[in-house]
Design a binder for this molecule. Structure first.
Ligand code: GLP
Length: 253
């Protein structure tokens, strides 16, 4: 793992955008996208930097980590809608190259298997963007998820439901299930880029980076990945025991 600690959310977003942009300059790039409030700044910076240098976003293929079960893609809280709003539309990503897990399929199991196959057919994911849940979840792999898990339906924990309730209107119940890439699926991406910001993530970040590798903290799987780059702001890094005293970068290899 390579852990970089930056001053604040904006610095994390700017650094993340540079890293993603470098990956997108290659031929036929396949980008793994994440939702949540954390990567919003990254997408904004990425679109600006990409446009500045004339990058053609319609060349890229994307695979998203997860989607709620039962929310149609036009639902305001669906992750499909989130991606169009925060990245795809403004960047000019080709809808034909966008892949989202299908939370509306009649046969969810078959849809999950088809999603795995489509990642394979695309040649695998070059760079997977990740956030982290305050309970240590990755995508919607909740604590207890097998480290080798594949794309599947996952029941959400009360912690995740309450964390994400803020995105839903009053009296609107968030879906209790989601389709998520598995930890095994995520670990096959050639590079991982995890972002975390704020004190609310500090304990999860500490457990993920310094705790034992365990299904009880799904993000601890990152310790086993050969190319995992972690970007934290000071607040998200505040519970780490090991860090460079005066620099911004702490290599943990
Ligand atoms: C959701 C997503 C995750 C995301 C997490 C953190 O549950 N499924 O992929 O990493 O929330 O979200 P936020 O960035 O809003 O804290």
């Amino acid at each position: 793992m390579f852990v970089e600690i930056l001053s604040d959310y904006d610095a994390v977003s700017a650094r993340a955008a540079e890293i993603v942009l470098a990956a997108l300059r290659r031929e036929n790039p396949v980008l793994g996208c994440a939702t949540g409030s954390t990567p919003i700044g990254l997408y904004r910076r990425l679109i600006a930097l990409g446009n500045e240098e004339g990058l053609d976003f319609s060349r890229i293929a994307t695979f998203n980590l997860d989607e709620y079960v039962g929310l149609p893609p036009e639902h305001p809280q669906s992750y499909g809608r989130f991606m169009r709003e925060h990245f795809f539309d403004a960047a000019g990503v080709d809808p034909a190259r966008v892949h989202m897990p299908d939370g509306m399929a009649d046969d969810l199991e078959a849809a999950c298997a088809a999603y795995e196959r489509s990642i394979e057919v695309a040649g695998g994911i070059d760079l997977q963007i990740l956030g982290i849940g305050s309970n240590g979840h990755l995508a919607f792999n909740e604590p207890g998820s097998s480290l080798g898990s594949r794309t599947r339906v996952q029941a959400l924990t009360e912690k995740t439901l309450s964390d994400n309730a803020r995105f839903f209107g009053e009296g609107e119940a968030p879906p209790r299930k989601a389709v998520t890439m598995g930890l095994g699926t995520i670990m096959e991406a050639r590079k991982l880029l995890m972002l975390a910001s704020g004190t609310g993530k500090a304990a999860a970040v500490r457990d993920a980076l310094e705790g034992p590798v365990t299904a009880m903290c799904p993000a601890s799987a990152l310790q086993m990945h050969p190319h995992a780059h972690i970007l934290l702001d000071e607040a998200a890094a505040s519970a780490l025991a090991y860090r460079h005293r005066d620099g911004v970068a702490e290599p943990k290899r």
